[in-house]
Write a protein of this length. Structure first.
Length: 115
């Protein structure tokens, strides 16, 4: 009797339940979930801002900077200078144009007014 019920369960599950529409529905839902994940990742990237003069080694690594670029930035900071623009940041660190384009939305440049 137990074997009969188990065989019936597998028969119903495998042959009678529609699999195709469920897979299509799941694919559509998965596409929506993936698009929402992309939106959330974009929001995460722009949710914070960083003063480029005070970038730590760890934060520089997360931004995709090489250790040499981070060291150049630290030397400027040790001299007491502040970075005022994206072009100056690129000149000081030597980062590529593509990396500057990626990380520039999270960089916050504070303009120091000279009296």
């Amino acid at each position: 009797m137990l074997l009969l019920f188990q065989a019936g369960y597998y028969f119903l599950d495998y042959y009678l339940l529609p699999i195709g529409p469920q897979l299509e529905l799941n694919a559509d839902l998965q596409a929506q979930i993936d698009s929402l994940k992309g939106v959330q990742e974009d929001e995460k990237r722009t949710a914070f801002s960083i003063d480029p003069t005070n970038i730590s080694d760890y934060r520089g690594y997360l931004l995709g900077m090489s250790p040499k670029e981070i060291d150049r930035l630290h030397r400027v900071r040790e001299k007491g200078k502040r970075i005022q623009s994206p072009a100056e940041f690129q000149k000081v660190t030597g980062i590529s144009d593509s990396l500057l384009q990626v990380i520039s939305p999270v960089l916050r440049f504070s303009v120091v007014k000279k009296s």
